[in-house]
Design a protein around this ligand. Structure first.
Ligand SMILES: [Zn+2]
Length: 244
């Protein structure tokens, strides 16, 4: 049974680590109701929490929670437990009811990655609907990390979709990359057309040599032909004259 509990906790912890960016030590905000339930169930939260989650944990509470606990004599034991945790300055000048204090502390997106440990059903329901907030409560003298709610799953899908579609700077990079090959192809096309002084010189030399030699040969050929024609015509003329 204990192994099954730990497996479940590990699974949920890795869900929040992988999808919502939670990192160790897990910051868990504990309210008065949770401390009271732990006292009743004889649970040492500081000992049990890291064992249950198999990771480092930082337990915290707020000034408003402590103010509420210290105002009730019956909650003295819970107050003593809460005082052992780190107290976050929630910056509420007039103390708010703990539920409101935690709500404002977590905020709409839980950007600081807090977990909440509370027995307050209304507050739990509110955070369950918001999603992305790991929730703890105590049942039958044991701490339970709640399974991620549908809202958490939906939020995870939205985040993953956001991860898949490229961000603005990524899009800029992509467009730059797309432009680069086209410029390369243009360069490649230009290269053979572009002037290469060495090749041009050689070509000119070869051409000049070939043209010069070819020209001389052609000129010589032309002269020879003309001479032959002249001689032939002269001979014909001579023959005609002699026949006459
Ligand atoms: Zn507060």
């Amino acid at each position: 049974m204990k192994v099954k509990r730990c497996k479940h906790a590990k699974k949920v912890v890795s869900f929040y680590k992988n999808n919502f960016g939670f990192r160790e030590p897990f910051q868990i905000i504990v309210d008065g109701t949770f401390c009271q339930a732990a006292l009743k169930g004889k649970i040492n939260i500081k000992e049990q929490m890291p064992k249950y989650l198999c990771c480092a944990v930082q337990l915290v509470t707020t000034k408003c929670v402590l103010a509420e606990l210290s105002s009730h004599a019956a909650l003295h034991g819970a107050n003593a437990i809460a005082k052992c945790f780190k107290t976050h300055n929630c910056s509420h000048s007039t103390f708010l009811p703990p539920a409101d204090c935690l709500d404002s502390f977590i905020g709409p997106t839980n950007s600081k990655h807090y977990c909440v440990a509370t027995q307050d059903c209304d507050l739990r329901h509110k955070f369950q609907e918001r999603g992305g907030i790991p929730l703890f409560h105590i049942i039958r003298n044991t701490i339970v990390l709640e399974k991620p709610t549908e809202s958490s799953q939906l939020l995870m899908n939205e985040i993953s979709l956001g991860k898949v579609s490229p961000t603005l700077p990524e899009q800029m990079e992509i467009t730059l990359d797309n432009n680069q090959p086209s410029s390369d192809t243009k360069r490649k096309r230009r290269r053979p057309l572009g002037p290469n002084p060495l090749s041009v010189k050689k070509k000119r030399l070869k051409k000049s040599v070939s043209v010069a030699s070819g020209g001389i040969l052609q000129k010589n050929k032309g002269r020879r032909l003309r001479l032959i024609r002249k001689k032939a015509l002269q001979q014909l003329a001579n023959d005609v004259m002699t026949e006459k």
